[in-house]
Design a protein around this ligand. Structure first.
Ligand SMILES: [Zn+2]
Length: 79
């Protein structure tokens, strides 16, 4: 598993969150919430990244330069 800088920041953030929660919650609950938060953020970021890639992957219209969505140019392919 390759660790990116953002990944390390996320882990540090989650650890700080866990330590903070440990002062008000039982450590086991703090741990569970921290793990859930970690994977929740991972899924959220992964989904967003895929969405951006999908948008970039469809490219722009060769005629007017509009961003292509659903395989069509919103300006040229209005039918
Ligand atoms: Zn177009």
């Amino acid at each position: 598993m390759k660790f990116e800088k953002r990944e390390i920041l996320l882990i540090v953030g989650v650890l700080l969150l866990m330590v903070g929660m440990m002062s008000v919650l039982a450590p086991i609950y703090a741990l569970v919430i921290a793990i859930l938060a970690y994977f929740g953020i991972k899924v959220f970021v992964g989904r967003k990244k895929r969405q951006i890639q999908k948008e970039i992957g469809q490219g722009i219209c060769a005629i007017c330069g509009e961003k292509i969505s659903d395989g069509k140019c919103p300006r040229c392919d209005l039918q």
